[in-house]
Write a protein that binds this ligand. Structure first.
Ligand code: VGL
Ligand code: ZN
Length: 191
């Protein structure tokens, strides 16, 4: 099932996207126990774990307070921007931050950077990644864009279907997002 060149990519499992948060995704917290099982498997196999985070400044055109569509969320340094407290990230998980600009949406983890400002694609290539296992929040935004970019950049992608939840601004957005990812070449998988 997993092999040497696999990397687990956990997208934006942050308090603000979970129930009670500023941009809560319905049942967003339910991805946590599923992802924790993948984290354990990857850690036992000594395979890398990457966690992306939405990491916004206080003022950004991404927020409805500045002309965007979203209520302010995941502001750098706030509790809402922290990873869900039960997400059991390994010590050596690579954290990738995105959405730091004042004039960008940056839904894709591939628009983000890790330690030293290294872009996600470079971090993955440095680790020999060939296949990405992707789960997290939100299906119809950051998960979708991260999966589509990963495929464009030549990675195989396994979409962890029971470890994703969507915003669904319009009913059905998440289902359509999954279809789009599969059409683009993602493989779907459940625990
Ligand atoms: C996201 C909406 C706004 C996401 C981030 O992580 O999917 N969605 N910012
Ligand atoms: Zn955001």
């Amino acid at each position: 099932m997993m092999k040497g060149k696999d990397v687990l990519v956990i997208v934006d499992v942050q308090n603000d996207f979970c129930p009670g948060g500023a941009l809560a995704v319905s049942q967003g917290d339910l991805v946590v126990p599923v992802l924790n099982r993948y984290i354990r498997r990857f850690a036992e196999a000594r395979l890398p774990v990457v966690a992306t985070r939405d990491w916004h400044p206080e003022k950004t055109s991404h927020f409805n307070s500045c002309g965007g569509v979203w209520p302010p969320h995941c502001v750098q340094g706030t509790r809402g921007a922290e990873f869900h407290p039960e997400l059991a990230l390994p010590e050596d998980a690579v954290i990738v931050s995105k959405g730091m600009g004042v004039d960008e949406d940056s839904y894709s983890g591939f628009q983000g950077a890790g330690p030293g400002g290294t872009p996600l694609a470079d971090l993955l290539r440095q680790r020999g990644a060939e296949r990405l296992f992707v789960g997290g929040l939100a299906t119809d935004y950051c998960v979708k864009q991260t999966v589509l970019d990963g495929l464009k950049k030549g990675f195989q992608v396994v979409l962890l279907e029971d470890a994703i939840r969507g915003v669904n601004l319009k009913p059905g957005d998440s289902e359509r997002a999954v279809e789009e990812m599969v059409r683009a070449g993602a493989e779907r998988k459940r625990l």
